[in-house]
Design a protein around this ligand. Structure first.
Ligand SMILES: [Zn+2]
Ligand SMILES: [Zn+2]
Length: 339
């Protein structure tokens, strides 16, 4: 089968390798779609703190089951599926306490283990998630980032009736803001510095958008949320500017969830965190239950993912997809690879 490998900075090669064998506890998936994610792009430029070369990328994907292992009962040939790409040890402290998503030995398929940028992938049955009929392969490939959004929103605790600010209108920001809304927030504001991305947010039903290059964030918060401002903030970019915005604008005693992946270490005012009793809460990936909620939200269209799809490329043109993203940075959200 054909496999695409990122071997060094901005260099993807194709090679011919044997088809993976399907273990007793595994299903073999014929890959149909792979989504290119912000963290894939960091890795492509050699800027991801936890991904190194060579790597077969692809952790957001969907496909069809073409073989099942002897011990597999819940899947059959022809099933349409996606995968929760978390390889965990089951032994470490977080694993023993139900927090396998922050396993000390976590390997993410497509980040630290071979991913879906190849024609077939064998995956343990526990990680395979069936796609309901309403979810096409396109939507199936967007389940993973949607689950990131659901998990991030839930890190704020109960958000029913609350006013939430989401910083950043990349795919994760837009999906997180929709998850916040779907979980019952009263009002959601989303920011960016690109009118294009804010327009896509609006297409997804996020009606209060702010371009922080043109509008003062503090004033926008007062105007939309009133004098008490936001009840919680979710940072979905991973830059010094946006973390600083979060810390500066958080109401005293509130929570800030950090979802963005940082290419470099930000310098921020931790004095405000101390003086205002702010809480900085990390958010990494998701758990199985976040997938379940994400499926339900996509199925019921509380989370809309279609407006996020900017372009499709054929698997043979995988390297061109990265070139396209580079040349169309301002107008690209999610690029899908079709097999
Ligand atoms: Zn991703
Ligand atoms: Zn573990």
């Amino acid at each position: 089968m054909k496999q695409a490998v990122l071997i060094s900075k901005q260099k993807i090669i194709f090679r011919e390798v044997p088809r993976p064998t399907c273990g007793q506890n595994q299903v073999l998936i014929k890959i149909k779609r792979v989504g290119i994610c912000g963290s894939d792009i960091h890795a492509y430029y050699g800027q991801h703190p936890y991904i190194s070369f060579p790597i077969v990328q692809g952790h957001e994907f969907s496909g069809e089951v073409v073989e099942v292992g002897k011990e597999v009962q819940n899947f059959k040939i022809g099933d349409r599926v996606t995968v929760r790409p978390q390889l965990t040890c089951g032994q470490c402290y977080p694993c023993r306490h139900g927090n396998y998503h922050i396993c000390n030995n976590l390997k993410v398929i497509g980040c630290q283990a071979d991913g879906a940028a190849q024609e077939y992938l064998a995956v343990d049955q526990e990680l395979v998630v069936p796609l309901p009929d309403e979810l096409s392969y396109d939507l199936g490939a967007l389940l993973e980032p949607s689950a990131v959004g659901v998990h991030a929103a839930r890190r704020l605790g109960e958000i029913k009736g609350k006013k939430i600010l989401v910083l950043g209108s990349g795919p994760i920001g837009i999906l997180t803001a929709q998850a916040v809304k779907a979980l019952g927030a009263d009002r959601v504001m989303i920011t960016d510095i690109s009118d294009y991305r804010l327009r896509v947010s609006q297409e997804c039903g996020l009606d209060f958008t702010v371009n922080v290059k043109k509008t003062d964030l503090g004033q926008a918060l007062q105007a939309y949320f009133g004098p008490d401002s936001a009840d919680g903030i979710i940072e979905c970019v991973g830059t010094e500017d946006t973390v600083e915005q979060a810390i500066e604008h958080a109401r005293k005693g509130t929570d800030i969830v950090i979802v963005g992946v940082f290419g470099s270490n930000p310098r921020v005012n931790l004095g405000f965190v101390q003086d205002r009793e702010l809480r900085l809460i990390g958010s990494l990936m998701y758990k199985e239950e976040d997938y379940e909620v994400a499926i339900e939200f996509i199925r019921s269209q509380k989370i809309k993912v279609k407006p996020l799809i900017s372009a499709h490329f054929k698997f043979e043109d995988y390297p061109q997809a990265y070139k396209y993203i580079e040349q169309n940075k301002e107008r690209t959200l999610k690029v899908l690879i079709d097999f």
